[in-house]
Design a protein around this ligand. Sequence first.
Ligand SMILES: Nc1ncnc2c1ncn2[C@@H]1O[C@H](COP(=O)(O)OP(=O)(O)OP(=O)(O)O)[C@@H](O)[C@H]1O
Ligand SMILES: [Mg+2]
Length: 298
Amino acid sequence: MSVIEVDNLTKDYGHGRGIFDVSLQVQKGEVFGFLGPNGAGKTTTIRHLMGFSNPMSGTAKINGIACNKQASKILENVGYLPGEVALPEALTGLEFIKMMQGLRHSNDQVRLDYLLDIFQLDPNGKTKRMSLGNKRKLAVITAFLADPDILILDEPTSGLDPVMQATFIEFMEMEKKRGKTILLSSHIFSEVDAICDTIAIIKEGKIVSTVHADDIRHNQNKMFHITFGNANDVNQFKTESGIIASCIDPVRHIAEVGITDDEVNRLISVLSKYHVESFKEIKYTLENHFMRFYEKAT
Ligand SMILES: Nc1ncnc2c1ncn2[C@@H]1O[C@H](COP(=O)(O)OP(=O)(O)OP(=O)(O)O)[C@@H](O)[C@H]1O
Ligand SMILES: [Mg+2]
């Protein structure tokens, strides 16, 4: 049984807005990245998982429990970071932390000190005077405070500076090693690339792609840009070499070649007959994969 299981979840807000037949599964110990353009339906899906919203059809379950039926039980076992953090303004950060510890029936000072130290947050001082980044840090700390086995994080690094984003990624790698099951939404490809095992892309309320990150990282298809010394060489290479190439820059004599791993040696030996100035592999990254879905025409 998957830890997180969403089946044909639909919430139609009208005018094409909402989520439609969204299905996804997150296995125990897996880090699942949920990507998609603004307004695609990430937060809507996540809010159903937290039991804050009732689906029109379909189900959202965590550990087999229907999230909308037993929302308080879900909240007990899941660390949640909302996309928009709303903190009670009258409280200090520490008072808020204590309040959340009370709700979770956990009072682990060692864990709290550890998290405050990692995220370098001084929790004293009213939340309303905290900077956006510090509010987000406080919410991140709160999500991980009771050390839950399942975490649902809606854009966890938004508002964090680049150093803190890197700290967060390191922290997530450690939590992953500790066997946590994590679903996170994000707009940051490098973050998703660094920590996610499986990635789903949602667009206009529908899942349009689900991939295992390793399949993209170890892609058999390779692309090279080869700069030839002159126009004659690039033309001869195109017509005589037996390798399919397209000239992408006639002025600088650059050809693009797409081949598989086992053709690399042949390419190199064929190229030795030509005057080659440079030879560069264009990596097919997760970002290349994702961007296809962000572009409008897809
Ligand atoms: N309560 C609501 N009533 C009406 N429409 C809503 C409601 N909540 C969300 N929507 C619409 O549903 C769509 C999905 O919104 P959602 O917040 O899930 O997107 P998102 O993927 O989280 O985007 P972002 O990356 O900007 O956070 C949007 O068109 C949004 O306007
Ligand atoms: Mg959102």
